[in-house]
Design a protein around this ligand. Structure first.
Ligand SMILES: [Mg+2]
Length: 108
C-alpha cells in the first residue's frame, strides 16, 4: 500500500517536472524539513492539529497538510531511489516493539 502510494506520488512529481534536474540528497532533506517548519508555523498561528482549511484557489492548508507534504516528499524520494519504504517501516516498527520502555530512560 505504501509503496503503491510512493509510485503514484513519484509518477506525479516526474510529470510535474520535479525530476528534470537531479537534486542533492541534502536539498531533498532540506525540503522535507521545510514542510515540518511550515507545520510549526501553522501551530504558531493557532491552528489545531486536525484543522484543514482552504486558502486562495482552494489550496488546502494546516498542520495535517504540511505533515502530508513532508510524507509526500519522502515517498517521492523513495520512488526516485527505488527504496522499499513499506518494508523499511515494517522492519523498524518490529524493532521498535522490542526496545525497552522509553528506550532505557530517555526524556523525549
Ligand atoms: Mg507545504
Amino acid at each position: 500500500m505504501l509503496n503503491i502510494l510512493r509510485d503514484e506520488i513519484h509518477r506525479n512529481a516526474i510529470e510535474h517536472g520535479w525530476w528534470d534536474e537531479e537534486r542533492s540528497f541534502g536539498d531533498i532533506l532540506s525540503l522535507c524539513h521545510s514542510e515540518l517548519s511550515e507545520a510549526l508555523e501553522e501551530h504558531r498561528n493557532g491552528h489545531l492539529p486536525t484543522e484543514v482549511y482552504f486558502s486562495n484557489e482552494e489550496k488546502p492548508e494546516g498542520i495535517p497538510v504540511e505533515l502530508a507534504d513532508c510524507i509526500i516528499r519522502v515517498l517521492d524520494y523513495c520512488g526516485h531511489e527505488g527504496i522499499d519504504i513499506a518494508q523499511a517501516v515494517i522492519t523498524k516498527h518490529e524493532f521498535n516493539k522490542t526496545r525497552p520502555y522509553r528506550h532505557g530512560g530517555k526524556k523525549l
